[in-house]
Design a binder for this molecule. Structure first.
Ligand SMILES: Nc1ncnc2c1ncn2[C@@H]1O[C@H](COP(=O)(O)OP(=O)(O)OP(=O)(O)O)[C@@H](O)[C@H]1O
Ligand SMILES: [Mg+2]
Length: 498
């Protein structure tokens, strides 16, 4: 297999990603001068720069200007693909949620305009990271911007989803990812593949930990030797020891012949210890011994057998907590975690959600008798609103089921069983969470008449955290007692029924 990660479109590699032969003063691939071709450019700014607009028009861009996120969405939806300029300097913090909905639009390749002050806002930085191909500080030379939007346009054209999407490939094990978090992951994979150090992969369920382990192996000098996975959580504890290290004939009743364990089977290659957090203490001790000595001993055997394997381990549980609780040996963890890889959850991958959905559709569309062409706008919206607790695996399952269930050429939110996530929301998930958090804190404070210790206990957080959150939500006022004087607090009106 060819499991090496193949980024569908390298967001950090715009310089090589425009149409072949493209440069700012040159021609389109078919030889026509750039100025002869109208390419759509959406320019979103509170106060658009008319001179910039005029310059870009002279460079062959059909510029549509929008002064609000709402207007931008309307204009963009009418276009199959376009480049986009979003001037973040004029928009206030309260506009960012609306802008995020615009930036998410799959068919637009965005370049952000910003300044040093705006970049101090973490939300602005996140939007740029997640959704934009590049950003520039104002003031910017119009020619530079022309060049950048040219590349952004080239990138979205590559991702044209109704054509064979760039993200989709016949390669079974391709890893799809264009967002910054995935680009970072691909860079890490390339780096760690070249060493023999142990790698620890952490990430929620279904984020692609095994795929990453395989990609590391396939890119490493060990690629011709076996990649041996073992799921430590799926094997009964009493069998794990013999499964890992093997046994000699007669080692126990029923051991009629010698069995080679997984560690030995991986000799020369890579051993992937999945769900390492489920490894019982006994096996933790044996594994640690093996890591220290590079030798194994089969059960019932007396011979020390040298084995050369590279170990990659993964877990979706919090190993730090397991160590604190004494369920996982810290010395073993430090041996296993020389290099660490973190898999981003799907909900943090921006446009990749949609790209992955198309990738899966492309891969499995033959499962349907109909010729399914894509997703309805409400399906796309629901995919962005949904939290994806099962990550990529869940997305694959939902899309595959939808391919079978769909009754039209487009998969709807209902086919994905996500119809409850479709209402035209005016709030983002982050806002919804924030509102829910605020409501819970307010209720707890009311219940405990602003006695922080009790309210914090109810909420399962520390008093310091509660006090901080109250500041964030504007809930600190003269009623707030922080410092143990709560008992002196005058009685407040009884809480209303929640
Ligand atoms: N970036 C990606 N591009 C394409 N497919 C992916 C990607 N990440 C994961 N997948 C697919 O999603 C599924 C789940 O991936 P994988 O088994 O590697 O996840 P995991 O993190 O090991 O999950 P678990 O914690 O449940 O073991 C697999 O079918 C895998 O091929
Ligand atoms: Mg796994």
């Amino acid at each position: 297999m060819a499991g090496a990660p193949q980024p569908a479109a390298a967001a950090d590699d715009t310089a090589s990603s425009g149409p072949p032969g493209y440069d700012a003063a040159a021609r389109e691939p078919d030889g026509r001068p750039i100025a002869d071709i109208d390419r759509m450019l959406l320019y979103v700014a509170r106060v658009p720069d008319t001179q910039l607009g005029a310059y870009l028009r002279s460079r062959g861009w059909e510029v549509a200007t929008a002064k609000s996120p709402h207007e931008a969405t309307r204009l963009a939806k009418a276009e199959p693909t376009c480049a986009g300029i979003v001037d973040l300097t004029g928009f206030a913090a309260r506009d960012l949620a609306g802008l995020e909905a615009v930036l998410r639009l799959q068919q637009v390749g965005w370049i952000a305009l910003t300044d040093a002050k705006r970049l101090t806002d973490p939300e602005v930085r996140r939007l740029i990271r997640q959704y934009c191909f590049d950003y520039v500080h104002l003031p910017v030379a119009p020619a530079t911007l022309d060049y950048l939007v040219g590349h952004a346009f080239g990138m979205v054209t590559l991702c044209d989803l109704d054509e064979a999407p760039a993200a989709a490939s016949q390669d079974e094990d391709e890893m799809v990812g264009t967002c910054e978090a995935m680009q970072q992951l691909f860079r890490t994979i390339r780096k760690v593949a070249n060493t023999d150090a142990t790698v620890f992969i952490s990430g929620e369920s279904g984020t692609g930990k095994e795929l990453t382990a395989l990609a590391i192996h396939e890119r490493s000098p060990r690629r011709k030797a076996p990649f041996v996975p073992i799921n430590c959580g799926a094997i009964p504890h009493h069998l794990l020891q013999s499964e890992l290290f093997g046994y000699e004939r007669g080692a126990f009743t029923g051991a009629n012949q010698r069995k080679i364990g997984r560690v030995e089977a991986a000799n020369g290659g890579t051993l992937f210890l999945d769900e390492i957090g489920d490894l019982p203490m006994e096996s933790q001790a044996s594994l640690l011994r093996f890591l220290q000595e590079g030798k194994i001993e089969r059960l019932g055997g007396h011979e020390q057998i040298p084995v050369d394997v590279r170990i990659i381990s993964a877990t979706h549980v919090d190993l730090e907590a397991a160590m604190r609780d004494g369920r996982f040996r810290a010395d073993l963890f430090h041996r296993l975690c020389v290099l660490r890889v973190d898999e981003p959850p799907l909900r943090a991958r921006g446009k990749d959600i949609e790209i992955l959905a198309h990738h899966v559709l492309h891969k499995f569309k033959q499962d349907s008798a109909r010729r399914i062409r894509g997703f309805t706008p409400d399906a796309i919206e629901a995919m962005y609103n949904y939290n994806w607790p099962g990550n990529v695996r869940e997305l694959i399952n939902r899309v595959r089921r939808a391919i079978v269930m769909a009754e039209s050429k487009l998969i709807s939110a209902e086919d994905l069983d996500l119809d409850q996530f479709t209402e035209q929301q005016t709030v983002t998930l982050a806002q919804a969470r924030e509102a829910a958090e605020k409501r819970a804190i307010e209720a707890a404070l009311l219940r405990h008449r602003h006695r922080l210790t009790e309210a914090a206990t109810d909420l399962g957080i520390s008093r310091v955290t509660l006090y901080r959150l109250m500041g964030t939500h504007g809930l600190r006022d003269e009623k707030t007692i922080f410092g143990g004087e709560a008992e002196n607090q005058p009685d407040l009106p009884p809480e209303p029924e929640a």
